[in-house]
Design a protein around this ligand. Structure first.
Ligand SMILES: Nc1ncnc2c1ncn2[C@@H]1O[C@H](COP(=O)(O)OP(=O)(O)OP(=O)(O)O)[C@@H](O)[C@H]1O
Length: 224
């Protein structure tokens, strides 16, 4: 589904940030991505949905080499991948429900109010449907971001520090939602620094841990 063969990436001017990465996110798998700040977790996530193209090697997204994809192919890939960005951005003049429905609106698809209501109920935001983003707490924003990432029914969910600004209880709640998505068959990758979150997840789901270290990705051992 997402496969890297000897992928390297560098932001011009400097040496490669990521080097000779081999990885495979198989359908229905659950991965954590960890590593020090600045190691390249966000960069790797961007390579996973075609926002960046490897400087060397092959990134194969849904059976297509990203380098051979047209603009339409990339757009199609992005519909299959829901991304929860580290820096969650909403449009402040829209309500929470309108923000969550935005991917549907911009792709010209009708918003089924029942489905939107169900989705907001699933993330526990039914009471905030009419709220504007500045009125939301950090945990509410993160849950809204997750709802927006899954509204197009993606096959893969890439979550970049989805529990970065929330307390332990809320991070457990977000983790539970991501595990539920995985149980529905979605492929999930979570970038996080939080080893406690990884430990908590490993008791609930068969997760593998990828660690970026010295520009490379290693499959971390069982001692995490
Ligand atoms: N657009 C860019 N242009 C140039 N350098 C960049 C760009 N984006 C990121 N970088 C650099 O690449 C390195 C890796 O950044 P990245 O955001 O991928 O790391 P990260 O592991 O996600 O970090 P964090 O855990 O702090 O979020 C950093 O040194 C960053 O400054």
């Amino acid at each position: 589904m997402i496969e890297f063969e000897e992928v390297s990436y560098g932001y011009g001017g400097t040496g490669p940030l990521l080097s000779d990465i081999n990885l495979k996110l198989a359908p229905g798998s659950f991965h954590f991505l960890t590593g020090p700040s600045g190691a390249g977790k966000t960069t790797l996530i961007k390579l996973c949905y075609g926002a960046l193209v490897p400087t060397q090697g092959r990134a194969v997204l849904f059976d297509q080499d990203v380098r051979q994809m047209s603009r339409d192919d990339i757009a199609e890939t992005r519909r299959k991948v829901g991304v929860v960005h580290q820096d969650v951005q909403f449009l402040d003049h829209l309500t929470l429900a309108e923000n969550v429905a935005l991917p549907l609106t911009v792709s010209g698809r009708a918003t089924e109010m029942q489905d939107l209501g169900d989705l907001l109920g699933w993330v526990g935001l039914t009471g905030q449907v009419e709220a504007r983003p500045p009125e939301l707490s950090g945990g509410e924003r993160q849950r809204a971001a997750l709802a927006r990432a899954v509204i197009m029914s993606p096959e893969v969910i890439l979550a970049d520090e989805p529990t970065g600004n929330v307390d332990w209880d809320m991070s457990q709640r977000l983790l539970k939602l991501l595990i539920e998505l995985n149980r529905m068959g979605k492929t999930v990758l979570i970038a996080t620094h939080d080893m406690n979150l990884i430990r908590a997840a490993k008791a609930q789901v068969q997760a593998r841990v990828l660690r970026i270290s010295d520009h490379r990705v290693q499959l971390a051992g069982a001692d995490l």
